[in-house]
Ligand binder design. Sequence first.
Ligand code: RB5
Length: 144
Amino acid sequence: MLAIGCDHGGYALKLEILKYLDEKGIEYNDMGCNGESCDYPDIAHEVCTLIQKGEAEKGILICGTGIGISISANKHKGIRAALCTDEYMAKYTRLHNDANVLCLGGRVIGGGVAVEIVDAFLSTEFEGGRHQRRIDKITELENN
Ligand code: RB5
C-alpha cells in the first residue's frame, strides 16, 4: 500500500499522479489535502504515521517546492524522504538510500516528469550491501 498527500501547492500535481496510479492499478491511501489551503507538516505527519504504523510501505508527498514537506517528513523516525526532480535521483535514492518517501515539487516539475519519477521510485529495489551500513548509520544518528 502506498500513502500519498499534498498541500495546496502540490494539489494539481497530485491529481496527475493519482490518475497515473489509477491507470496502473496501484492502490493508495490519499491523506489529503483536497486543494484547500493547509500546512504541509500536517500532511507529512499523516503520511509518515501510516508508514511508521506499517499501514503503508512507501509514501509520496507533494508541496509547492517539495522542500517543506521533505524537511517535515524527515523529522519522523524511520522515514527517509527524498526530494527528486528527475528519474535518476528517484532510481538512486531507492538503490542507495532505501528512501521510503518520495517528495515532489508541484510548482517545479510537470506531470510527465513526475510520472517517470514515481515509476522509477516504485519499481526500484534497495541494493543493500555497503549501502545498508550507511542506512544503519542514519538510524544511529536518529537514535542519538
Ligand atoms: C505553500 O505556499 C508553499 O510554501 C509550500 O507548498 C511549499 O512550497 C513549502 O515548502
